[in-house]
Ligand binder design. Structure first.
Ligand code: NAD
Length: 352
């Protein structure tokens, strides 16, 4: 197959982890007879520096016509002045919204070889296999904001249609897995959460009677995620709760550097990116963990290109590299780390 993939390296470690991932995709293409064309564009801080805006028109136009988008990360201290009018993260929010990517899938499946890197007891992590589906284009991150000298507000808003579509996406996924959906809200306090709970209950009763539904309040969910992570299959939640819970869940996997994500809408095009940020503290040193980005590329093959066998071959190769204890510094004992390029090469070497 021929596919056009827009590549947005972004800032900090973004260019390093993306540069390490493209050869993995090229190796898969060569082995399976596909042709992937990569076109690079600016987003985030580098786009502010070069074009004055975090999401240049050319980047959005390219993403609209692409088959898929692979993104590194955006942001960094250079652009973090709280008084700044334009910020790198605005580029990310804007491209997700413009492409209608309302569902962010974040799989969390601790790998046996990386269990030691998790602060959670290994026996609690056996067989943990969760996908968090985070609503991505609504809620408090997108609501109107005000600021005066004495106060500030952020509006949290959800419509029935916004809740319906993400719940349907999550329930459809649960159906292909263990048939269990946990919806997370704060319905004891927030009106948007009460709407979320009502809509979720109705959609699940009317359309997904074969999927078990459980409601959890976000505060107790934060606790259960660490005390009994095995109990969860698919978790669906609103934008900010999902953002926070998935960083927490990354600790089940041992490192932020292992968690991939796919942002999907109604169509085929999606944005695929690691869940971590631009890691300015280690940028430019070639030591970042590329596995999360490589696993995001696997999700790209699966969800946007429909190449399930190729996606599975990347996941198996990352798994084999972890089994062989090919670890970057975030996972390795002192003195035993490989660099970003070596970790990616270890994956290429293990592709079937
Ligand atoms: P971060 O995820 O960048 O880093 C948190 C910690 O994890 C750091 O110690 C970092 O070194 C480490 N880390 C992250 N990814 C790693 C990897 N692949 N390999 C090894 N170690 C890794 O979060 P932060 O420090 O809070 O944010 C840094 C910048 O990134 C900020 O400007 C923030 O706004 C931005 N950010 C961007 C995104 C995104 O692009 N999607 C997401 C979160 C944060």
């Amino acid at each position: 197959m021929h596919a056009d993939i827009v590549v947005l390296p972004g800032d900090g470690i973004g260019p390093e982890i993306v540069a390490a991932t493209l050869p993995v995709l090229q190796a898969v293409a060569a082995r399976h007879g596909h042709e992937f064309r990569f076109t690079e564009h600016d987003i985030g801080g580098i786009a502010i520096d070069r074009h004055g805006v975090p999401l240049p028109d050319a980047t959005l136009a390219a993403a609209r016509t692409a088959d898929a988008v692979l993104l590194g990360a955006v942001g960094g201290p250079k652009w973090s002045d709280p008084k700044a009018k334009v910020r790198p993260e605005q580029g990310l929010l804007a491209i997700r919204k413009a492409l209608g990517l309302f569902a962010n899938l974040r799989p969390v499946k601790p790998h046996a070889a990386a269990l030691d890197a998790s602060p959670i007891k290994p026996e609690l992590l056996q067989d943990v296999d969760i996908v968090v589906v985070r609503e991505l284009t609504g809620g408090i991150y997108f609501g109107d904001k005000t600021r005066s000298d004495t106060d500030a507000t952020d509006l949290c808003r959800y419509s029935v249609a916004e809740v319906e579509r993400v719940v349907r996406r999550a329930a459809t996924l649960a159906r292909t897995r263990r048939g269990h959906l946990t919806s997370v809200d704060k319905a004891n306090v927030l009106e948007t959460s009460r709407l979320w709970r009502d809509v979720t209950t109705r959609v699940m009763r009317d359309e997904f009677a074969d999927v078990t539904l459980e409601h959890q309040l976000v505060d107790s969910m934060a606790m259960h995620l660490l005390s009994k992570p095995r109990a969860y299959d698919v978790i669906v939640t609103e934008n900010m709760f999902g953002d926070i819970l998935t960083d927490e869940a990354s600790m089940l996997a041992g490192s932020l550097g292992l968690l991939a994500s796919a942002s999907l809408g109604e169509g085929k095009v999606g944005i695929y990116e690691p869940i971590h940020g631009s890691a300015p503290d280690i940028a430019g040193r070639g030591i970042a963990n590329p596995y999360a980005t490589i696993l995001s590329a696997a999700m790209l093959l699966r969800h946007s290109l429909g190449l399930e066998a190729e996606a599975a071959s990347i996941e198996a190769a990352v798994s084999a590299a972890l089994d062989a204890r090919v670890f970057t510094a975030d996972l390795a004992p002192a003195g035993q780390a490989v660099d970003t390029t070596q970790a990616a090469q270890a994956v290429i070497d293990r592709l079937r």
